[in-house]
Design a protein around this ligand. Structure first.
Ligand SMILES: *Cc1c(COP(=O)(O)O)cnc(C)c1O
Length: 412
């Protein structure tokens, strides 16, 4: 039985390896089932999902209310295109705007599309409202940013690998160090239309900026007529212990970008959210998406948002995250440099002298915990926000020995 099962895993891995582009380096686990915070592989082994699809699964796997909404909608109509109207998009956008406190939202599918939408919106606003000369708009971005993989978005990446071989690149972006208010202030000029920033850099390694950074940069934006564009695709919808991470500093962005958990792990749903001053630059034909705002996605988005609010997932994340981070910091490990994060968006930084974080993630996998390294040295812990304290407590029993080096094939 065991050998047959192991053979099945190997066959799936080989098949994917043979037929897939090699644009990822996944852990060698083949999953076939998920429920709540748990997933099972093809050999029947159970794992705790502490990545939660990079925070696209804040509500957990197959949340019953989200599945019900999807099923119900599938029985009616799934796609209309924006050439016609449907009865789900309006309610979805109203509920999204009411939850976030904005006037309008533009629905897309993936995160990268919502970021592209925000870039187009802010550039056009820059020309039509701010009066920047044609084609001269600049958007300030941060070193270490991650906002997706389109050619325009990788154009402003500071990660060589994301760009190498993919040029020529889209101009109009200026990079500043993340977390440095004065560098930001110095970079603003009369062609600056926007500041695109992650409130915590997720793919960059769970990098938390100094306290007050968002507040102060947003004030500089207001003084200079620059749109503060918060990429909350990963930090938003409860992940950091507030509905949006900007809420920690009382910052209301000009453009709020959401995705990932807006689809509840069921369907890709994203949006760019803003007041009419920005959103009204879009006129028929300016921008669009075949699937954006489709009734299935909108119904899923409504249910996903409702679960986050009704189950108080932001509050749970704040409470459990603070406690869990303390517990992780209390682990006496020769390999851990420090632990950082907010809510249940936590990074454990492995010392350079202990090698990369990858072998630690492999050792965690062997103990039934799925986590993934980010940016070489960081183990990210970001489980579904529906997780119970007792489950996290049990997980600590597996995580602590691994952080101390047990079962880790150190590559230093
Ligand atoms: C994941 C992510 C994106 C891109 O979302 P996709 O759905 O993969 O296109 C953009 N910004 C941030 C902060 C992200 O974490």
């Amino acid at each position: 039985m065991t050998s047959t099962a192991a053979t099945r895993t190997r066959e799936y891995l080989e098949e994917a390896d043979r037929w897939s582009a090699h644009n990822y380096k996944p852990l060698p686990v083949v999953l076939e089932r998920g429920e709540g915070v748990w997933v099972w592989d093809v050999e029947g082994r159970k794992y705790l999902d502490m990545l939660a699809a990079y925070s696209a699964l804040n509500q957990g796997h197959r949340h019953p209310a989200i599945l019900d909404a999807a099923r119900e909608q599938m029985e009616k109509i799934t796609l209309t295109s924006r050439a016609f109207q449907n009865d789900q998009m309006g309610p979805f956008l109203r509920e999204l705007c009411e939850a976030s406190g904005f006037e309008k939202a533009l629905p897309m599918n993936t995160g990268a599309e919502a970021v592209e939408t925000a870039i187009k919106m802010v550039r056009k606003w820059g020309y039509e409202v701010k009066g920047v000369p044609s084609n001269e708009a600049e958007i300030i971005v941060c070193h270490g940013n991650f906002s997706g993989r389109t050619t325009t978005i990788v154009s402003f990446s500071s990660e060589d690998q994301y760009k190498e071989g993919f040029g020529p690149f889209t101009p109009g972006f200026r990079e500043v160090p993340y977390g440095d208010v004065e560098a930001f202030r110095a970079a603003v000029n009369d062609r600056t239309v926007g500041f695109l920033v992650e409130p915590i850099q997720g793919e960059g390694g769970v990098v938390v900026p100094p306290e007050g950074y968002l507040k102060t940069t947003s004030e500089i934006c207001r003084e200079h007529g620059v749109a503060f564009m918060a990429d909350e695709i990963q930090t938003g919808l409860g992940r950091t212990g507030r509905l949006f991470c900007c809420d920690w500093e009382g910052v209301r962005p000009d453009v709020l970008i959401v995705g990932k958990a807006l689809g509840g792990g069921v369907y890709p749903v994203s949006a760019a959210i803003a007041d009419s001053e920005f959103m009204d630059v879009f006129r028929p034909g300016d921008h669009g998406s075949t699937f954006g705002g489709n009734p299935l996605g909108a119904a899923v988005g409504r249910a996903s948002l409702k679960v986050i609010i009704e189950e108080k997932l932001s509050e749970k994340s704040a409470e459990l995250g603070a406690w869990f981070m303390d517990e992780l910091r209390a682990v006496d490990s020769p390999h851990v440099d420090h632990v950082r994060g907010k809510g249940l968006m936590i990074g454990v930084v492995i010392k350079e002298s202990s090698g990369p974080a990858r072998p630690f993630c492999e050792a965690l996998m062997d103990r039934g915990i799925l986590a993934k390294e980010t940016h070489h040295q960081v183990i990210r812990f970001a489980p579904p926000l529906t997780i119970q304290r007792s489950t996290l407590q049990d997980a600590l029993g597996e995580i602590a020995p691994v952080l101390k080096g047990e079962g880790v094939k150190l590559q230093s």
